[in-house]
Design a protein around this ligand. Structure first.
Ligand SMILES: Cc1cc2nc3c(=O)[nH]c(=O)nc-3n(C[C@H](O)[C@H](O)[C@H](O)COP(=O)(O)OP(=O)(O)OC[C@H]3O[C@@H](n4cnc5c(N)ncnc54)[C@H](O)[C@@H]3O)c2cc1C
Length: 440
């Protein structure tokens, strides 16, 4: 199969030459050139004065690159991943051939510039890919999501040139990455982490452990947050790069889970792992800022994953009720009681999608997007839960058995309300921002 990157390269080049100046203008820090207003809408509306002659377009309109990404990933997911989804879920393991093909397709280096071996595409293109993968398998989708939005982004944003040269080509072509923040004592309260780093002559020694780390079974590259100066509290948190094979780094346990079973989730132990000084990522004590910033972006990815999941569950069920299953002499999807639920669900998926793409566009434009990302993740995971649950009911007994994918989508949906900040944490973020704005 032709790789996504090769197929899209000409379009990427065109988009870079055509739209770069416009994006640069919009990405200026601050909003001085933007006229911002808050009419009766849920998100701040900004119009760049220099774009006055450009007609606003619907949020879900895609660029040429994004459209091609959607089409190519859709085909790849249906032809290559779909036949393996049930077996991977039962085996609770990702097929290594799928991981290899994700790299071959260029889906593990979407935003990594071409000079480092990546596809050189934009953030929204990655979001489109994550959504399309989740429509078929949310487990494969989260592997791509974590690798691109958390791991690659961290190196791109804060890696030294030497680190970029060393690791980005590998992350784009053959090395899976993990993002290691959560610990037994620190989940929602992420910065209460207990893993410690001490400075040595040659670098750092890290001791402690992490919990629930996605991709860690397949990963050879780990971004690890540890406290280098606990006397400073969370301001001591620092980011480091570890590699598989470093002495003292081990996987203590692979979790058995309710859903996304093919995605590995493990406990990691750090027993005085010696990290060379050049593997310090960014600046000492800035780790908490990096983690917040990455998770804000990452939440848009989880919103996309949940939107794709909801659509996959919806499509799987409507194909059955509108084509196969007859009761009382007609297709069960023809009963009005069913049709109203189906229409309501599709509307909710469209609303979730709009939130996800609005957040992605705002991030790309250099605008404030934290509340948008939180709303997108919160709402998309609620929609995924509701729709995938209804989809099981629409299919009756066929939805409940493990022959098809309905019950799997339902199980997979639950994680959306938990990782990269629980739903309560998203609500806290939204409320905090609103309260600040509306407090006089
Ligand atoms: C499958 C899976 C994959 C994961 N992948 C990763 C990964 O790759 N890297 C990583 O670092 N972590 C990962 N995690 C960890 C994940 O981010 C945490 O599980 C999540 O942040 C919640 O933390 P917790 O489980 O400790 O729940 P807790 O923080 O103990 O929360 C329990 C309940 O209390 C509520 N709560 C907590 N604080 C508040 C508050 N202030 N206000 C209101 N309600 C509150 C929560 O909403 C939740 O309902 C993963 C988890 C899972 C299950």
């Amino acid at each position: 199969m032709r790789s996504v990157v090769r197929a899209l390269r000409p379009a990427v080049r065109r988009s870079q030459t055509v739209s770069a100046p416009r994006l640069q203008r919009r990405a200026r820090p601050g909003f001085s050139a933007l006229q911002c207003a808050r009419p009766f809408s849920t998100t701040q509306t900004c119009r760049d004065a220099s774009l006055a002659d450009v007609a606003p377009t619907p949020i879900t309109h895609f660029s040429e690159v994004e459209t091609a990404m959607a089409e190519t990933v859709q085909k790849f997911a249906n032809d290559v991943i779909l036949p393996k989804v049930r077996d991977m879920d039962e085996a609770e393991q990702m097929d290594p051939a799928i991981v290899e093909q994700l790299f071959e397709q260029g889906l593990m280096g979407v935003e990594i510039p071409e000079e480092y071996g990546g596809a050189g595409m934009n953030f929204t293109a990655a979001i489109v890919g994550i959504e399309e993968l989740a429509r078929v398998d949310p487990s494969v989708s989260v592997m791509v999501d974590v690798h691109n939005t958390l791991v690659n982004t961290a190196v791109l944003k804060w890696g030294s040139e030497a680190l970029k040269k060393k690791y980005l080509p590998r992350l784009a072509t053959n090395t899976v990455g993990s993002f290691c923040l959560s610990e037994p004592v620190s989940g929602s309260d992420a910065f209460a982490l207990a893993t410690k780093a001490t400075e040595t002559e040659s670098g750092f020694k890290i001791s402690g452990g992490k919990m629930w780390i996605t991709n860690s079974m397949e990963a050879e590259f780990f971004i690890v947050f540890a406290n280098l100066d606990p006397s400073k509290g969370y301001r001591g948190i620092t980011a480091f790069i570890m590699e598989k094979g470093m002495k003292g780094l081990s996987i203590a346990k692979k979790e058995k889970k309710l859903g996304i079973k093919a995605s590995s989730t493990c406990v990691l132990n750090f027993d005085d792992v010696e990290v060379p000084k050049e593997n310090l990522l960014g600046e000492r004590g800035q780790g908490y800022k990096y983690a917040i910033s990455l998770l804000n972006e990452g939440r848009i990815g989880i919103g996309a994953q949940m939107t794709g999941l909801a659509l996959g569950a919806w499509e799987n069920a409507v194909k059955y009720v509108w084509n196969d299953r007859k009761q009382f002499g007609k297709l069960v999807g023809e009963f009005q009681g069913m049709q109203h639920q189906i229409a309501q669900s599709y509307t909710e998926i469209a609303a979730a999608r709009a939130l996800v793409y609005n957040a992605a566009r705002k991030k790309e434009a250099g605008e404030e997007f934290v509340m948008d990302a939180a709303m997108a993740k919160l709402y998309a995971s609620q929609v995924a839960g509701r729709v995938s649950s209804l989809a099981v009911e629409w299919m009756g007994g066929m939805g409940f058995v493990r022959e098809g994918l309905a019950e799997k989508f339902f199980r997979d949906s639950k994680i959306g309300a938990i990782y990269e900040g629980t739903s309560n944490i998203q609500l806290n973020t939204i409320a905090k921002i609103l309260q600040k704005e509306y407090t006089v």
